[in-house]
Design a binder for this molecule. Structure first.
Ligand code: SAM
Length: 194
């Protein structure tokens, strides 16, 4: 009987690890939590953006719930909506954050979500999904919506501000970078004429 319980527990742990690996292969993003210090950097940038108290904040890839809990603590009236694909972090974060009335977590691919009612978006992802994420935000966000990305930045967009530790960036979507200067430099290099 004890052996059976041990094997069942082992099978559960292995299934959990396997699901983490499979989701990471699918998304290109590991289920790694932000530290409290990093999450507070995201909060500081959102505060600088002047969010309304009852703002709708989407967290794209909510993982184990580390950032969502800091967001809820810092913006107690905000409606926080997190998407997470990986089953283990999703269920653990649901359990962990079950007492937060303003947090709603969904086990869903955020690329299939409708973000049109977002007042702000936060994410902590990896290089691979960033270009596609930019297109999703172009499709759904109202002009001027604050977007804060931790660690991985949008290469073709211009941040409005950078967190004190230098790891998070705030964009006012669509935040298109002014490419005139880059184009001019390329032209001069190509033709040799200023
Ligand atoms: C680096 S973790 C960050 C977790 C959390 N935001 C935090 O700061 O603690 C990124 C999470 O995004 C999830 N993720 C990546 N792509 C996703 C997608 N397309 N839809 C939903 N979740 C996704 C991953 O499974 C992972 O748990």
């Amino acid at each position: 009987m004890i052996d059976l319980a041990k094997y069942a527990a082992l099978a559960l742990v292995m299934a959990g690890c396997l699901s983490l690996l499979i989701t990471q292969l699918r998304t290109g993003v590991p289920a790694m939590s932000s530290s409290r210090k990093e999450a507070l950097q995201v909060v500081a940038l959102l505060k600088a953006a002047g969010l309304a108290e009852d703002a709708v904040i989407y967290e794209l890839g909510s993982g184990w719930g580390a950032m969502a809990s800091v967001l809820a603590e810092s913006f107690p009236q905000a409606r926080i909506r997190g998407f997470e694909l990986s089953p283990l972090p999703y269920w653990i974060s649901r359990l962990r954050l079950r007492r937060h009335p303003h947090i709603r977590l969904m086990r869903q691919d955020f690329f299939r979500a409708d973000l049109t009612d977002a007042d702000a978006v936060v994410s902590y992802l990896m290089i691979r999904p960033m270009p596609k994420l930019g297109l999703l935000l172009d499709r759904d966000l109202k002009p001027g919506t604050p977007v804060v990305s931790l660690a991985f930045w949008f290469r073709d967009r211009q941040p409005e501000a950078v967190g004190r530790a230098g790891t998070a960036a705030l964009y006012r979507w669509p935040a298109r970078a002014d490419t005139t200067q880059l184009e001019e430099t390329a032209r001069v290099e190509e033709t040799g004429r200023a």
